[in-house]
Write a protein that binds this ligand. Structure first.
Ligand code: ADP
Ligand SMILES: Cc1cn([C@H]2C[C@H](O)[C@@H](COP(=O)(O)O)O2)c(=O)[nH]c1=O
Length: 222
């Protein structure tokens, strides 16, 4: 029986890598799949993994209709056994409903990959609908870690070195290590819930902790 699976996790936990691996494994067994993505960091119509894999994909926009995409291909005699959808948090709720219909009425497996919550720890509309409709939600096993060593569960947005909690929901960007580092550049950092709620990024924690040198000086100064 075909299924709708939502593979979810924080940024930088390996979702796009898994999406490309799953495509490779299914294609290697002769199954026909179509790759989709929306607003990948690497540019239009691309699925990119930080491990270096990239693959051309169909770019989703508000006008994309997944039901039509499958019917159109099949009408042209092109088989479709599965769809891979990366950056699925950016899909509309209606598009997620189309995906569910593609599974139920056309027998196509749909594997959707995306983050669940935004920088304010609020669900993206596409992710919310996936959680509501998916046959299962798989949390990725590779753990992204908070600076404190705990499992990272939340995505923080950092602007000019400070964590922010206001702004547009969608701002395409990378985690700090992958960014170019411009002063006003939006970057992201994954945190555990405790440090997300305290707005304590790695830089904020470093700034808050007195350095060993400061401690020694204050002891010597009496
Ligand atoms: N240089 C590296 N060596 C080994 N693994 C890496 C390296 N760079 C990134 N990774 C792995 O790739 C993961 C990010 O994969 P990616 O598919 O881009 O994530 P996502 O799509 O979830 O944002 C990291 O969590 C890490 O495990
Ligand atoms: C938290 C958050 C993220 N985004 C963007 C930033 C990236 O372009 C993608 C996530 O990509 P990844 O492959 O999972 O790293 O989402 C955003 O627009 N708004 C947010 O709040």
């Amino acid at each position: 029986m075909a299924e709708l699976v939502f593979f979810s996790g924080t940024m930088d936990c390996g979702k796009s890598t898994l999406a490309l691996q799953m495509h490779h494994n299914h294609a290697a067994r002769g199954r026909d799949g179509v790759l989709f993505t929306r607003q990948d960091r690497a540019g239009t119509a691309t699925i990119s993994s930080r491990l270096g894999l990239t693959k051309e994909a169909c770019e989703v926009d508000d006008a994309t209709d997944f039901w039509f995409e499958v019917i159109d291909r099949r009408t042209q005699g092109r088989p479709v056994d599965y769809l891979i959808g990366d950056e699925a948090q950016f899909y509309t709720a209606a598009q997620v409903e189309q995906l569910a219909r593609v599974v139920d009425e056309l027998g196509v497996d749909v594997y959707a990959f995306g983050i669940s919550t935004d920088f304010r720890a609020r669900l993206f509309p596409g992710a919310q609908r996936l959680v509501e409709l998916a046959d299962r939600v798989d949390v990725l096993q590779v753990r992204a870690l908070c600076w404190c060593g705990a499992r990272a569960t939340h995505n923080a947005r950092v602007v000019a070195g400070r964590m922010v909690v206001e702004g547009a929901q969608v701002v395409v960007g990378d985690v700090d290590g992958g960014s170019s580092g411009g002063a006003d550049e939006v970057t992201y950092e994954v945190l555990c819930r405790r440090h997300h709620m305290r707005r304590m990024t790695a830089a904020a924690a470093r700034a808050a902790a007195p350095s060993a040198q400061t401690l020694v000086s204050s002891v010597l100064d009496g």
